[in-house]
Write a protein that binds this ligand. Structure first.
Ligand code: SF4
Length: 213
């Protein structure tokens, strides 16, 4: 019944429309996801659903009358960054006003299996947040991790970094060029120790092994 309830067909991706949540991943994996789209497996959908539930909970916490120091200004709002060749389309989790300082903060919420292993914000999550800070013009950011098992949380303030945003936009440009010219990117995750774990969850390992383009 749970599987039936959350089942949905994935929307095909179109060249020229890219997503901030993917750009920190393995470039080759993202490339394959455009060339060889796959239906999301029910087990993966269930994991996403837990993330959505937890984000709903975080919204409740931020809106709560009992938390008078902060005000939730917006949540789950779409944003777009347009370039002459392509469009970057994303969704900001939360925009929060801290009343004491008058600061607004872009908050990116991520659920995690075990908060004990979270020592810093992951590169991919920071990249996503940098783009959101860039697009909203709000240069205070925070990645908030929340544990799926016990609701413990950790938060990491992130400063806006114009140089990093340029590099991220350049990465989107490379992805677009590789896709439109049908050139297979390098097997980035295999070659980077920090990203090798991605290969364990990659649905394209066989194609990647064969360097299939
Ligand atoms: S197997 Fe690893 S290197 Fe190859 S596409 Fe997947 S994540 Fe990238």
């Amino acid at each position: 019944m749970v599987t039936n309830h959350i089942e949905r067909s994935s929307r095909p991706k179109s060249l020229g429309r890219y997503y901030p949540s993917e750009i920190g991943s393995c470039m080759r994996k993202v490339w394959y996801s455009y060339k060889y789209p796959q239906e999301l497996q029910p087990e993966l959908l269930k994991i996403f659903e837990v993330g959505n539930m937890l984000h709903g909970f975080v919204v409740e916490v931020l809106k709560s009358e009992k938390n008078k120091d902060v005000q939730l200004l917006r949540s789950e709002f779409p944003l777009k960054i347009e370039t002459p060749d392509f469009l970057i389309s994303g969704r900001v989790d939360d925009l929060v006003l801290v009343k004491a300082s008058g600061k607004t903060i872009v908050v990116e919420v991520k659920s995690t299996k075990s908060i004990d292993f979270v020592k810093e914000a992951s590169e991919s999550h920071v990249m996503q947040l940098q783009l959101y800070m860039h697009a909203t013009g709000i240069h205070n950011g925070m990645v908030l991790y929340i544990d799926k098992g016990n609701l413990q949380s950790k938060q990491f303030p992130i400063e806006y970094d114009e140089g990093q945003v340029k590099e991220i936009l350049e990465r989107f440009k490379q992805l677009h060029q590789l896709l439109t010219s049908n050139l297979l990117p390098i097997d980035e995750a295999k070659k980077n120790q920090d990203k090798q774990w991605l290969c364990r969850f990659c649905e394209y390992t066989e194609k990647c092994e064969r360097n299939e383009s």
